[in-house]
Design a protein. Structure first.
Length: 130
């Protein structure tokens, strides 16, 4: 197994842990609201991948990120080692003038793979408009 396929496998395993196929995201949000009300806290973000299309697009983004990172930084050995280069990847996409919606999708996909928030990457996303 090559290094690239091993790292891709690690990323896809992280995404697979986030899948919630067959469950209702709406019900999960309602449950989170009720729990927050009981504890008198702020509502927590409901995480998870509830759609197969979302999973497919997130896995595509992760593969693209890994390929770009390995090209620029061949010393990377694991998927966790790639994390410092997320901002660099997003910046390169921003320079290529991808849409704001696509940039947010890239951020969400990588945040889901790393089980964090897309704001944790210290990247300034462009504002979306309709």
């Amino acid at each position: 197994m090559s290094k690239k396929s091993r790292i891709i496998h690690q990323a896809l395993n992280n995404l697979q842990k986030q899948t919630r196929y067959g469950q209702s995201k709406h019900l999960a949000k309602e449950k989170a609201r009720e729990e927050a009300k009981k504890k008198d806290e702020r509502i927590r973000e409901v995480k998870g991948i509830y759609s197969t299309n979302t999973y497919k697009s997130y896995s595509k983004v992760c593969k693209q990120f890994i390929q770009n990172t390995l090209k620029a930084h061949p010393d990377v050995k694991t998927f966790d080692d790639c994390r410092p280069y997320v901002e660099e990847f997003l910046e390169s996409k921003k320079e290529k003038d991808v849409s704001a919606w696509t940039l947010h999708q890239y951020g969400s996909a990588l945040a889901s793979a790393y089980n964090c928030s897309k704001k944790d990457f210290n990247f300034e996303y462009t504002e979306r408009s309709r």
